[in-house]
Design a protein around this ligand. Structure first.
Ligand SMILES: *Cc1c(COP(=O)(O)O)cnc(C)c1O
Length: 385
């Protein structure tokens, strides 16, 4: 791709609200609901040859079908050559891609600053004879370790450090070497970034976070344009059985109707929160890709249409961070992110991430931004005493 094509801005987000509200809805049928309720079925009537769409509940379910259509419309609007598969969780989706595409002797490139379960996945891949290389997300460092790999795994923005890599550039380099590319799109959501349009072979995500946004559902998905590769992912879902329940699938679909409202509100508030925190002397290492002077901003602005709802920063000590979290009234001290209710946590309590003791990951919810900013500033003051 030429430099000018690479720098062509992705579209301005117009139509995302309409798309989210209508995503995956079936054709109207008189007296039928606009979004049919969950179909609870372990098996379906199936006389004669066992063919057709719905045979057994581990293979297919009509509630999944509508949700998969909805997610596909958001991740790859206007494309009918992509397949979407939903899973019981983000990790089920991630494992489905990694373990269906890689075999003993293959090499995979993972980020070394990605989701905290990736090191466990790495150990399992290695136990199966897959060679694992890692490099940081920032500075496109994964470029240097692509030779001879089968699959490149990208997480951008990375969680929790919020570094960003140039996805188009990495995809170009990977494809030139015959390397498949998967992008974890959890933090951005399909309204923030569309990896398939940036050239990736798979968009993979945890729907547990902002996609569903209410902190009450675990879900994952894989969207891909390569039919052969997706057949292997589908087979993996069937043999492992990491499938979502119909109720979860239906709740997820219902929640997607408000995705654009939530994402726009939460991203706008996250920027205001980041701007307010930046003025505080006790806050260091503040990161938000939407801040014009953030190290991620330049690359992010070329491939993202919204910058997410997560802000990260460091307070001077572990005790200060704990006192701050304790003093918050509108922000729950909880893990995960993307929900309508703001959450924050001291990330170092889990171990694993290379973060300072006072590092805080804050997920900005849908509260009124002025209330939220006031609560954060008040808690910062309270934690200094
Ligand atoms: C939460 C998360 C996952 C895992 O998703 P689950 O639904 O918890 O299994 C994977 N990647 C990222 C970036 C996440 O934030």
């Amino acid at each position: 791709m030429s430099d000018s094509a690479r720098e062509t801005p992705v579209d301005d987000g117009k139509g995302d609200g309409t798309r989210a509200v209508r995503a995956g809805l079936p054709e109207p049928v008189k007296h039928e609901p606009t979004l049919p309720g969950p179909v609870f079925a372990a098996h379906f009537h199936l006389p004669g040859e066992p063919t057709g769409a719905y045979t057994y509940g581990r293979d297919e379910n009509p509630t999944w079908t509508l949700l998969e259509r909805a997610i596909g419309e958001l991740e790859a609007p206007g494309r009918d050559d992509v397949e979407t598969l939903v899973f019981a969780s983000g990790m089920a989706a991630i494992s489905a891609v990694l373990f269906s595409q890689l075999s003993a002797g293959d090499t995979v490139v993972l980020p070394d600053d990605g989701y905290q379960v990736l090191p466990l996945v790495r150990a399992q891949l290695e136990a199966y004879g897959v060679q694992v290389r890692t490099a940081p997300t920032g500075g496109d460092a994964q470029l240097d370790v692509l030779d001879g790999a089968k699959l490149l795994w990208i997480e951008s923005p990375s969680n929790p450090g919020l570094d960003v890599c140039d996805i188009r550039r990495l995809v170009e380099a990977a494809h030139a070497r015959g390397v498949l590319v998967a992008v974890d799109n959890t933090l951005a959501t399909p309204l923030g970034q569309r990896p398939l349009e940036l050239g990736a072979d798979f968009a993979v995500a945890s729907g547990t976070k902002q996609l569903t946004g209410h902190g009450d559902v675990l879900l994952g998905y894989v969207v891909g344009g390569d039919a052969g590769a997706m057949t292997a992912v589908r087979r993996w879902r069937k043999i492992v059985g990491a499938i979502p329940g119909p109720m979860e699938a239906w709740l997820a679909h219902r929640s997607i109707a408000t995705l654009q409202l939530r994402v726009d509100r939460q991203c706008a508030s996250a920027l205001l929160v980041a701007q307010a925190l930046r003025e505080r002397p006790e806050v260091t290492g503040l990161r938000y890709p939407g801040l014009p002077d953030d190290p991620s901003h330049e690359v992010a602005s070329r491939q993202m249409r919204r910058y997410g709802c997560v802000v990260s920063f460091t307070l001077p000590t572990r005790a200060r961070a704990e006192a701050f979290l304790d003093a918050l009234r509108l922000v729950d001290d909880a893990t995960s992110f993307g929900g309508v209710r703001s959450t924050a946590e001291r990330r170092g309590r889990w171990g694993g991430d290379a973060v300072a003791e006072g590092f805080v990951r804050l997920s900005v919810g849908a509260e009124d931004p002025e209330d939220l900013v006031a609560d954060l500033l008040r808690a910062l003051d309270a934690s200094a005493r």
